[in-house]
Design a protein around this ligand. Sequence first.
Ligand SMILES: [Fe+2]
Ligand SMILES: [Fe+2]
Length: 331
Amino acid sequence: MLEHRLNPDLAAQREVLDAIAPQVRALMERHRQSRKLWMPSELLPASEHTDANHEAELREIRSRARGLPDSVRVALALNLLTEEGLPHFHRLVAQYLGHDGVWAEWNNLWTAEEDRHGCVLRDYVRDARLFDMRALEHLQYQYLEAGFNPDWRADPYRLLAYTSLQEKATQTAHANAGRIAGQYEPKLQKILAHICADEARHYAFYRDTFALVLKADTNRALAALAAVAPSLAMPGHTIAGYAQMSEVERRAGIYGPREYLKLVEDLVKHWAIDALDGLSAVGRAAQEKIMQLPARLARMADYIESKAHTRSFSFDFIYQRAFEMAAGTAR
Ligand SMILES: [Fe+2]
Ligand SMILES: [Fe+2]
């Protein structure tokens, strides 16, 4: 590839990806063994042969869903839109990890699993009549048409660092949304729990794959993590109203800088970043930057919380109803 001739680092990284392929295959097999493959229609009746019970179930879902607070609806919309960004991610994984062998097999398996998340959430919000669907669909359309091209300089390690963080972030967001939604709508909590279980296993795959890279090519892996982790480029930032939606999600205690800080801390600990030694100057600088990151993220979270005031929000997809939220998070 031209990129490899221009950048010898990339050729070396490709060799590392080839060398760890057998271990990555073992991680993929572990994933296959441990997963439970569910289908969206097992969670929500959808067959031609719906019976009276199914009709009654749908009516109950609708009636319970009416009680969901608007803040939870907004978080759910953002989490749904994030899942629907899958075409961007399928492309990025193929672009950064390649179109052959175990990397392509994983990309296809992972994409097939992820696709169910957007499907089941969309089935739910449609069946439950949670949104002005046209307004939501318009956001989804915009998000896909806008593309998503993070500046990872063709570095495959950045993709692996990013996906490790992002899988945990989505798992956290779905889990917290489910916990809160469950007070009103147990069915929604059940659906979110199914998605969470997938995200937890995806996280384990990417985290352990990145650990292999960290072992085989420590300095470059540290540099990639140091480049990606300080400000995780959120894929949905091109969505109109994204900042306001994220702010609602933060205030609802579903996902925000505190949750990100926690998952960065967990990963830094899991990978034992502080214990890595025999590093080059570049590796040492990256290690230092990563070790300082939790404190930096904590300061950012403090700052955001200190600047926040009670505020009113409204979105087209909830018919521009205005709702107010206090400055802090509702944990
Ligand atoms: Fe997902
Ligand atoms: Fe996932």
